[in-house]
Design a protein around this ligand. Structure first.
Ligand SMILES: [Ca+2]
Length: 123
């Protein structure tokens, strides 16, 4: 269990991710004077809270959008890859069940994102 061990690197990566996630959660946004009157009132606190919630919601929406884009790009990329002579037909035939599930999951990610976005815009 030395430095060259894979468990050592996995453990280090796990600790680093755990630390950065905790730091992100503990990140406190500075409270701003929203109406520029020099006094931080309860109204300013309320507005700051709303702004922070909106920023978190936007962050979440961007992450979901990136996930949907990656799913769409991967679907197109792998479809193109399957049509090239790099992958033999026997392998495609052998992996047809896996490919079916790949397309179903990728399409469900994209469709889920589109459905949730359409529903959220309708409300
Ligand atoms: Ca104020």
């Amino acid at each position: 269990m030395g430095k060259g061990d894979i468990c050592y690197y996995a453990g280090n990566t796990y600790q680093r991710r755990k630390r950065t996630t905790r730091e992100r959660k503990e990140k406190v946004m500075p409270i701003e004077d929203m109406d520029n009157d020099g006094i931080i009132s309860s109204n300013d606190l309320e507005l700051n809270k709303i702004m922070q919630e909106l920023e978190r919601a936007e962050e979440k929406a961007n992450a979901q959008k990136n996930m949907a884009w990656i799913a769409l790009i991967m679907t197109v990329f792998f479809t193109g890859l399957l049509f090239t002579p790099i992958i033999p037909v026997e392998r495609i035939t052998a992996l047809s069940n896996v490919l079916d599930w790949f397309y179903i999951t990728q399409a469900s990610i994209v469709c889920g994102f589109m459905g949730v976005t359409a529903y959220a815009n309708r409300k």
